[in-house]
Design a protein around this ligand. Structure first.
Ligand code: FES
Length: 187
C-alpha cells in the first residue's frame, strides 16, 4: 500500500486546526466575534515578526535538478506539525532571498499570516505571487520576501531560508513568524 503523503496525513488528522475555505465559510457567522476577540486578547504574539534568534534545523528539502519552473513542491519545516506546511518553487525570475544559479528558487510557509488560511495550490505563475488567500483574499509577492500585495494580512508570508550544496537544497531557517506560533522553533 502506498505511504500517505505526510502533509495530507496532517490535514486529515482529527483536531487539525488549519482551515479550508469550506470550513471557514461554514463557521464564519458564529465565529467572527470569537476570532476577533481571540486575536486581540488571547494571542498577543501572533502575526508579529519573531524578535529572537532561534536555532533552526538544517533539512534537505529538494534538489536543483528536480525542480521545474512554476511547479511548487510541498515540504514540512521547521518541524513535522500542522503549522510547518511549506512550499518550494522555482520562479523562473530572480527573487529576493532566491538560491540556485538564477537565484530564483524560494520557499515560504503555506499559512496566510492573517488568520492562517491554507495557501495550498494558490501559486500564480504569471505574477509570481501566492494567493489570493481563500479566506480574505490576501496575496503575497514571492519575488519580494513574501510581502503583502493586497488583502487583510499585515505581515508578509514567512520565507524559508535556503542553502544549496551541490544539487541539494536545504532549509536552514525562517524569516518571519509562522501563523499560530509564538515561536517558530520550540524551546
Ligand atoms: S486568512 Fe488569509 S487573508 Fe485572512
Amino acid at each position: 500500500m502506498a505511504e500517505e503523503n505526510p502533509i495530507e496525513k496532517i490535514l486529515n488528522m482529527p483536531g487539525n486546526c488549519l482551515m479550508t475555505r469550506r470550513q471557514f465559510l461554514k463557521g464564519m457567522g458564529a465565529a467572527t466575534s470569537t476570532i476577533l476577540l481571540s486575536d486581540i486578547f488571547l494571542h498577543p504574539l501572533l502575526g508579529r515578526a519573531a524578535l529572537v534568534t532561534q536555532d533552526y534545523p538544517r533539512k534537505k528539502i529538494g534538489g536543483l535538478s528536480l525542480l521545474k519552473n512554476d511547479q511548487p513542491l510541498e515540504f514540512l519545516y521547521p518541524d513535522e506539525s500542522a503549522h510547518a506546511i511549506c512550499f518550494l518553487v522555482k520562479l523562473g525570475e530572480r527573487a529576493h532571498g532566491g538560491v540556485g544559479p538564477q537565484e530564483d528558487i524560494v520557499a515560504f510557509s503555506n499559512l496566510c499570516t492573517h488568520q492562517g488560511g491554507l495557501m495550498r495550490g494558490l501559486y500564480d505563475a504569471q505574477y509570481k505571487v501566492a494567493g489570493p488567500c481563500p479566506l480574505h483574499l490576501t496575496t503575497f509577492d514571492l519575488t519580494r520576501h513574501g510581502m503583502v500585495v493586497s488583502g487583510h494580512a499585515t505581515e508578509g508570508l514567512p520565507q524559508i531560508v535556503l542553502e544549496v550544496e551541490g544539487d541539494d537544497i536545504y532549509a536552514t531557517g525562517v524569516q518571519g513568524l509562522i501563523y499560530g506560533q509564538a515561536s517558530n522553533v520550540s524551546a
